[in-house]
Design a protein around this ligand. Structure first.
Ligand code: R5P
Length: 316
């Protein structure tokens, strides 16, 4: 079997380190530096010839820089004769640009898929894509894991009481919310949301009755916080007892921290696919950050050994 090598770009070092700890290995030696004009330079400092190489990189903010870093890393590994290169994207940036919903707009998620393939990746491992169909933008194998088992395990520990109800903050999240509703065997309500700009949304109604319910709202990501905070306010206005929020990717840009800090959210749960900013750590004191290192680490172990990863979608 080719030797397992794991590298990381600069964006995901804490998660990447935890993954290597789970696997009982260490991160490969490599350097990413900048030329004075901002160009990225990558140097891999160990032999990767014939290796089964995984590069862990969330394409989070600064998105373009992290994406370029990943592409250059892949090119470097390919030219250093790695036998197989897997791009591990705990968070896949640009995923929200997955279709033409009006005239004269790009499908940037597809462009990113093309860029990764052209750079030389053989397969992709990712988590909670904004839209599962992005898997089809690639003509190479894509393993798409869900953070739901990790988050559900944590929620079970919280012992939310009998009046729990799942709420999808928009129509796009219904499938995700339904998976949680089935896991907890509770009802599902849906919020009717309309996006008016990148940072503003309008929430019109809830389909379902949340009165006297403990609401659990799940989303793939929180960006500016508009969706989740407005949805939490609406649930409380409609008589919910409390609102819990679980989102896989804490993008948390623009007014997100401020909005979340003042929203009627009893508990906010995210994962470590994106490192929290120091401001978010300071101001969102009650935030629970769950690690997906074991989930991704186990997937890497199984891919490396040519074993099935499908059982990682199911937990007790
Ligand atoms: C939307 O389709 C996504 O699932 C998120 O709900 C959305 O992107 C979050 O954005 P924001 O936090 O800016 O409302």
């Amino acid at each position: 079997m080719n030797s397992l090598k794991i590298f990381s770009g600069n964006s995901n070092l804490p998660l990447a380190t935890k993954i290597t700890e789970y696997l009982g290995t260490r991160l490969g030696q490599g350097r990413i530096t900048l030329f004075p004009d901002g160009e990225i330079q990558v140097k891999v400092d160990e032999d990767v010839r014939g290796g089964d190489v995984f590069v862990i990189q969330s394409t989070c903010s600064p998105v373009n820089h992290h994406l370029m870093e990943l592409l250059i890393f892949i090119d470097c590994l390919r030219r250093a004769s790695a036998a197989r290169i897997t791009a591990v994207l705990p968070y896949f940036g640009y995923a929200r640009q997955d279709r033409k919903d009006e005239g004269r707009v790009p499908i940037t998620a597809k462009l990113v898929a093309n860029l990764l393939t052209t750079a030389g990746v053989d397969r992709v491992l990712t988590l909670d894509l904004h839209a599962a169909q992005i898997q089809g933008f690639f003509d190479i194998p894509v393993d798409h894991l869900l953070a739901e088992p990790v988050i559900s395990y944590h929620l079970k520990e919280l012992d939310l009481n009998g009046s729990l109800m799942l709420v999808s903050p928009d129509v796009g999240n219904v499938k995700r919310a339904r998976a949680y509703a089935q896991r907890f065997n509770v009802d599902l309500a849906i919020i009717d949301k309309r996006r008016v700009s990148g940072s503003d949304i309008v929430i019109e109604n809830i389909i379902g009755n949340v009165k006297d319910k403990t609401v659990l709202m799940v989303d793939d990501l929180i960006s500016t916080g508009g969706t989740i905070c407005n949805a939490a306010n609406l649930c409380m206005d409609r008589g919910a007892k409390a609102v819990y929020v679980a989102a896989t990717h804490p993008v948390l840009c623009g007014p997100a921290v401020e909005r979340l800090a003042s929203a009627p959210i009893k508990s906010l749960i995210v994962t470590d696919t994106i490192p929290l900013s120091s401001r978010a750590k300071e101001e969102l004191t009650g935030i629970d950050v769950l690690t997906v290192s074991e989930l991704l680490g186990e997937a890497i172990r199984r891919i490396h050994r040519n074993e099935s990863v499908s059982s990682l979608f199911i937990t007790g």
